[in-house]
Write a protein that binds this ligand. Structure first.
Ligand SMILES: [Ca+2]
Length: 344
């Protein structure tokens, strides 16, 4: 073989081997990768859109949270309101129940009175609260005593205390609200005035009639600190109008300090228009009440009602010198009577 040919063959082999082992050389050179420029803005827009959606969602979520909180508060408020209206209903119900039982009591007594007017004798006459008590009326409250020809008594509304120390007490005077003036004339004190459930004077004529049988007197008092005291008299008489409703008292017992009614014993009744006192002064006008003024007072249970803050500045208040002195007007007073021989 000529040398030239051999060399050419050799080159050809080399070339073949080279192309076989690196076929790439036969391919077009790869184009340089350029970044996908048109795709970049599309991707960012998506991300931004997603971000915006996320922000939107979290705003919606927090709004929902706030709304839920508001709803919860309003539910709690509604529950509380329901509870309080329930309580109101309950208290109204209790009130209605107590009124109903009081009405029942009154109907019961009216029936008894109606039955008694048919067969009345002096023995079973309803004379006062003690006779009601003996007929088994044991609830304190307002009762209507029927008129009685035998006793010469008119129909009379009274308040009975059926609890204190055995009960059977007919209340003749009460001060507790200050809504009724006690600065009244002779005629009004004679007939009585005020409201039987509130402040009242039963009337000298009625008190005189009720005290014709041997009678006890009990005076109950309360001060503005809430302390309660009492004074009791083993005997109590109010004479008739001819004797100016003069007061006679028996022995004192109780815890109201010095007996502040003894000074008024054996003394006539005075009002602003009838000066029966033992003084040059007109005590009823000075002390602004109707009472058994001597010259003038050791007590003034029918004086002016002064409220807390005004109660310790005046001489014409509801006073009981033996307990709080001449300038202290009491918060509550009740005077009540019952027969001396009353047995609970
Ligand atoms: Ca006088």
């Amino acid at each position: 073989m000529p040398k030239k040919t051999l060399s050419a063959v050799t080159w050809l082999c080399v070339l073949i081997v080279a192309f076989v082992s690196h076929p790439v050389w036969l391919q077009k050179p790869p184009k340089r990768k350029t970044p996908a420029q048109p795709k970049v803005p599309a991707c960012c827009e998506e991300v931004q859109e997603l971000k915006a959606q996320v922000a939107n969602l979290s705003r919606v979520l927090s709004e929902l949270g706030r709304k839920q909180e508001k709803d919860w508060v309003s539910v709690v408020m509604q529950v509380m309101e329901l509870e309080s209206s329930g309580k109101r209903m309950e208290s109204r119900l209790t009130e209605a129940e107590s009124k109903y039982s009081e009405m029942n009591n009154q109907i019961d007594i009216m029936q008894l009175q109606a039955a008694q007017t048919l067969t009345q004798t002096s023995a079973d006459a309803i004379y006062d609260c003690s006779s009601l008590y003996q007929k088994n009326y044991r609830i304190s409250g307002v009762y209507r005593l029927p008129s009685n020809d035998f006793l010469g008594s008119p129909e009379l509304e009274v308040f009975c205390d059926m609890e204190t120390k055995g009960g059977g007490w007919t209340v003749i005077q009460r001060r507790k609200s200050g809504l009724v003036s006690f600065y009244r004339d002779w005629k009004q004190y004679k007939q009585g005035f005020g409201s039987i459930r509130g402040d009242f004077w039963l009337g000298n004529e009625h008190i005189h009639r009720l005290s014709r049988q041997p009678t006890r007197l009990r005076v109950e008092m309360e001060d503005w600190e809430g302390t309660v005291r009492y004074a009791e008299y083993s005997h109590f008489v109010l004479s008739n109008e001819l004797n100016s409703y003069r007061l006679f008292l028996g022995n004192y017992s109780g815890n109201a300090g010095n007996d502040a009614l003894y000074y008024h014993n054996n003394t006539a009744f005075s009002t602003k228009d009838k000066d029966n006192d033992n003084c040059l002064d007109k005590c009823a006008q000075l002390r602004k009440g109707g009472y058994w003024y001597n010259c003038c007072t050791d007590s003034n249970l029918n004086g002016v009602y002064y409220r807390l803050g005004e109660h310790d500045k005046h001489l014409d208040g509801i006073t009981w010198y033996g307990w709080h002195g001449a300038n202290y007007s009491l918060k509550r007073v009740e005077m009540k009577i019952r027969p001396e021989d009353f047995k609970p």
